[in-house]
Design a protein around this ligand. Sequence first.
Ligand SMILES: Cc1cc2nc3c(=O)[nH]c(=O)nc-3n(C[C@H](O)[C@H](O)[C@H](O)COP(=O)(O)OP(=O)(O)OC[C@H]3O[C@@H](n4cnc5c(N)ncnc54)[C@H](O)[C@@H]3O)c2cc1C
Length: 350
Amino acid sequence: MNIAVDYIIVGLGLSGIAFTELLLKNNKSFMVFEDDSQVSSVVAGGVYNPVILKRFTPAWNGHKQLQKAIPFYQELEEKLRIKLDYKFTTKKVFTNVGDENNWFIASDKPMLSYYMDPKISKEKIKGIIGDYGFGELKGTGRVDTPLLVNSYKEYIKSLKSLIKEAFDYSKIQILEDKVSYDNITAKRIVFSEGFGLKKNPFFNYLPLNGTKGETITIYAPELQIDFLLKGSVFIMPLGDNKYKVGATFNWTDKTSIPTEEGRKELEDKLQKIIAVPYTVIEQSAGIRPTVKDRRPLVGKHPKFSKLAVLNGLGTRGVMIAPTVAENLYNHLEKGEELDKEIDIKRFLTD
Ligand SMILES: Cc1cc2nc3c(=O)[nH]c(=O)nc-3n(C[C@H](O)[C@H](O)[C@H](O)COP(=O)(O)OP(=O)(O)OC[C@H]3O[C@@H](n4cnc5c(N)ncnc54)[C@H](O)[C@@H]3O)c2cc1C
């Protein structure tokens, strides 16, 4: 049976989901390939926070992206009938007296003032080591990305639009006004493979370096916190006395295999922040699709305009995905210019 669709999508992580949602809203037909070879969206902490807590500076376009992201996940909650968005405050653990002063100065700056409470908290929190106090952020939270990815896959399967296999790039035939793949013809292919892009012969010239991240989940009944605590690692409440602790940054190992080294690093850091017993109940790892210049990779292939890429979401995919997916959709369907910062044209040499 021959199938003719508007789009083939390769990869159903956060970027593929955001793009597929736009296709559905605009009554475009599609088929999605997904082979579970990458797990970044599944292992992610799912945290959204538009403030960089290392430097007390705004994350790139974070405030604007969040205005689009929150309603996006809320709509998905209603459509899939699941809870995705867990709002909480974030407490930054200060490690020296300078932190307090820097926090106070930053909290008065445009954008940052929406989120950073200028009041410094000196409270003693049971089980937490925090001699220099805490700074509090409002408007932060987490999206349950594993639940989202798994539920969304089931949803696309129920639409009979999911092909659970590895996309084979050698099968692409580029025709005059469309592309074909086996028995499918499509007007366009959008590649949203995360770090899997490395195997894509059309787009692997792009400088996606990829950064491995590992997390552990701990069971700690004496740690009674309902906010995210951010020190050298984050400790994020999951409910039922479970907390996700993460994450590591490794630029050389490109596998999604959890390591002893990763667990040890997380536990060493954790023990400097909490003083209660805990048990590690889970460990996971994935590759963040990070880019040399820390901006997404979006746009049409320089030679084959029917092929497009949506990638490079880096460390903040939850906030960025809905915005850049819309940018790409409007570019492909309405001819709108892409923001130069995300356009892959920036990596053309001639
Ligand atoms: C440990 C860790 C913690 C993180 N924490 C956060 C956080 O707290 N907040 C946040 O915003 N971000 C976080 N991130 C980053 C976030 O996970 C990414 O930005 C985002 O998930 C990337 O989504 P993606 O869809 O581009 O890629 P992916 O999630 O990698 O999805 C790509 C999909 O394409 C599929 N695929 C690839 N190649 C093929 C092929 N040839 N055929 C078929 N399918 C294919 C893969 O199986 C995969 O499902 C974290 C990442 C890690 C690793």
